[in-house]
Write a new protein. Structure first.
Ligand code: UDP
Length: 239
């Protein structure tokens, strides 16, 4: 039971907290996520979580409705904060100490993002939830995961996907001949146009040599399996 990594970034999309309805926050699902995180935390692994907001709001949706993109993106960033607070509450209920840090200051409800302080929390065994994305419109929480991974020297990004086992050459939901890759590089993802992260996140991960494991979040115990180095999902090499 020796973990393969000491410090990880777990990327949870907003969808991961939404349950079957596909929107909003499902407390039962969040509890399951919290238990999965606890299992990894109990191994002594330092865990930072980047949470998305797509279960509540996406900037591109607002843009399609005629809103200014930047304004709509700020709404998306606020959505990630709601998810972060829900996740924090549930993690603390299962006995995991946490801190939320936001990239846009909202001091009454969370700490502002301070890199050194985030690292200190991790060293003290607190799970740090990074909310608010990068704090900039036109970016995504995938890019935030790559950025924070580089900043805090995380050894890997665990990219948890909803009901998909890894990265496929074609969409497995539409094509049953699609095959899953065991291993890829960020450059291959970009050049083949594979749907893993957006291209900004992929190139930032490539430039900073950050490995990724893409795996199915919906199989119980999977986060722990990845941390213990089991061969599941698709590994994306830094270089
Ligand atoms: N967002 C942003 N800048 C960031 C991160 C997120 O503007 O650095 C906004 C963007 O509008 C995005 C929304 O927040 O649509 C929710 O984030 P994301 O789509 O990455 O969430 P996920 O798909 O992981 O649920």
């Amino acid at each position: 039971m020796t973990p393969k990594f000491n410090r990880i970034i777990l990327k949870l999309s907003g969808e991961a907290l939404a349950g079957e309805k596909g929107f909003g926050i499902d407390p039962e699902i969040v509890k399951v996520m919290a238990e999965e995180v606890k299992a990894v935390h109990d191994l002594g692994v330092e865990v930072a979580i980047i949470v998305g907001g797509g279960n509540i709001w996406r900037g591109v949706t607002g843009e399609k409705m005629g809103m200014e993109r930047a304004q709509a993106d700020y709404m998306g960033m606020l959505a990630t904060v709601m998810n972060a607070l829900g996740l924090q509450d549930t993690l603390e209920n299962v006995g995991v100490p946490t801190r939320v840090q936001t990239s846009i200051e909202m001091r009454q409800i969370a700490e502002p993002y301070i890199r050194r302080r985030a690292i200190r929390h991790l060293e003290k065994g607190r799970v740090v939830i990074f909310a608010g994305g990068t704090g900039n419109p036109y970016f995504s929480t995938d890019t935030t995961a790559a950025l924070r991974a580089a900043e805090i020297n995380a050894e890997v990004i665990l990219m948890a996907k909803n009901n998909v086992d890894g990265v496929y050459n074609r969409d497995p939901r539409e094509d049953d001949t699609a095959t899953m890759y065991n291993e890829l590089t960020h450059l291959e993802i970009i050049s083949k146009g594979l749907q893993v992260m957006d291209s900004t996140a992929s190139s930032l991960s490539m430039d900073n040599n950050i490995p990724l494991v893409v795996f199915n979040l919906n199989r119980p115990g999977n986060i722990k399996r990845v941390v213990l180095g089991e061969n599941i999902g698709t590994k994306v090499r830094g270089k």
